[in-house]
Design a protein around this ligand. Structure first.
Ligand code: TTP
Ligand code: MG
Length: 445
């Protein structure tokens, strides 16, 4: 049985997020990045690409080609939020998900249960679900029997399309492609291959093996020949699972009150259990960590008598462990963790009929993200989210000479009005992320 590998890549990712959140920019040329003396373009909307704007082009060149485009700084928290939603969706399909970047991932469909005859419908559902959960982003999807075939298929489907390669059409699909479509063929190898008259994958497949090896070496030559036959055994490398989830508090003054310590422990246990649930794991072990005033540390563990993500079970085990500890010498650090995981997905592999529940949940963690990597510089760079006491939420359209011009709109409004303020207007301030209802929080922050 040939493998079924899916490759998904969001279309014009950063620019699409900006168009989603800024209704007046939908259908318009949008360039993200490229500001400043030496800035380069991160990406451009497909409308801007018709003017020749491309990723990694200098901002100055992009402005020459598309002077009327909206040039925006990035809003990384918004991109990450949508990325998480998409990756969580893919993990509902199969636990074997290998993210390549924020907007791109391979999925091994073996655990998905998707039959070959229903692939077209399932992929159509996946793409519409991406759009629904992200409130407007589109994805292109390719499916093939190897990673590089799936990736080439999704590239061929761009934008907003799907290409499912049947095993017997894969060779025909790759034959006309240039040799640089083969993974590992960079500019240098491409030059060498062209020097011996090999321009397309079909040329490469028909090439004399000895001549190929003479030109690029034994290992590379064998590898290229296999790839040109559509053979690529590289596996989807699912992200390594976390081994534990924990949290700990260090106190300003050493605590000796068992009631106070238990309250802190209960709060932390609830946080750990929530992260466990959102990550889709069940834990078998709870660990309590106590560091005393003299810096000695005690770590004690208890089995939960089965895998669970229940707040009550985890809290009860933690509280029981704490009751075994003499806290009178003074506690300077208290921590609780869970480990020894099983995943919902693994249980599903072992015969559960129903797919695991959607690992989506609303989150209130958006504000902390913004503090890390959100609005940079002045806080009023073009595209940045702002909020005004009277006019509500909007984004920075432009700023300079002590003024800032704002367009008041969100993804839930129509195109909105523009108004200009003094930079130090007390009614105007930078705003945090405007979260998506289906935002997913994970334990990597
Ligand atoms: P890509 O998937 O390469 O590009 P894209 O999603 O913008 O457009 P498409 O896939 O439809 O061709 O990259 C994903 C995001 O990564 C992109 O939106 C911005 C960022 N990026 C950069 O910051 N610099 C770069 O040079 C590239 C290629 C991407
Ligand atoms: Mg993309």
């Amino acid at each position: 049985m040939p493998r079924r590998i899916l490759h998904l890549d969001l279309d014009a990712f950063y620019a699409a997020v900006e168009q989603r959140d800024k209704p007046s920019l939908r259908g318009k040329a949008v360039v993200v990045g490229g500001s400043g003396q030496r800035g380069v373009v991160a990406t451009a909307s497909y409308e801007a690409r018709t003017f020749g704007v491309r990723s990694a082009m200098s901002g100055a060149e992009a402005r020459r080609r598309a002077p009327h485009a909206a040039f925006l700084g990035g809003r990384f928290p918004a991109y990450r939020e949508s990325s998480r939603i998409v990756m969580a969706l893919l993990r509902e399909i199969s636990p074997l998900v290998e993210p390549l970047s924020l907007d791109e991932a391979f999925v091994d469909l073996a655990p998905s249960g998707w039959g070959d005859d229903e692939l077209v419908d399932r992929v159509a559902w996946l793409r519409s679900e991406v759009t629904r959960r992200t409130e407007g982003l589109t994805a292109s999807v390719g499916v093939g029997s190897a990673k590089f075939l799936a990736k080439l298929a999704s590239e061929a489907a761009k934008p907003d399309g799907a290409r499912i390669l049947l095993p017997d059409e894969e060779l025909d699909f790759i034959s006309p492609l240039p040799v640089r479509a083969i993974p590992g063929v960079g500019p240098a190898t491409e030059q060498r291959l062209m020097a011996i008259g090999l321009y397309t994958v079909a040329d490469l497949r028909a090439a004399d093996r000895a001549e190929l090896i003479r030109e690029v070496g034994q290992a590379a030559g064998e590898g290229l020949a296999a790839l040109a036959q559509g053979r690529d055994d590289r596996e989807v490398q699912a992200q390594r699972d976390p081994k534990s989830i924990s949290t700990e508090d260090t106190f300003q003054t050493d605590l000796t009150d068992p009631v106070q310590l238990e309250l802190i422990l209960r709060r932390d246990a609830a946080g750990v259990a929530g992260r466990l649930t959102r990550a889709g794991y069940f834990a078998r072990t709870v660990t309590l960590k106590v560091r005393f005033a003299d810096f000695t540390t005690r770590t004690i563990a208890r089995s939960l008598g089965g895998a669970t993500d229940s707040v009550d079970a985890i809290t009860a085990a933690g509280v029981s462990l704490l009751s075994e500890v003499d806290v009178r010498p003074g506690v300077r650090l208290l921590g609780i963790g869970v480990s020894n995981f099983t995943t919902a997905a693994q249980e599903r592999l072992f015969g559960e009929d129903d797919p695991p529940p959607a690992s989506t949940s609303t989150t209130t963690g958006a504000d902390t993200e913004v503090a890390l990597s959100g609005v940079r510089g002045s806080g009023y760079h073009p595209g940045a989210d702002v909020e005004h006491d009277v006019h509500g939420r909007g984004w920075v359209w432009g700023s300079g000479l002590g003024r800032v011009t704002v367009r008041f709109e969100t993804r839930d409004t129509g195109p909105g009005p523009i108004r200009t303020f003094a930079v130090d207007d007390p009614a105007l301030r930078p705003a945090g992320l405007y979260p998506l209802p289906l935002a997913v929080s994970t334990d990597d922050e």
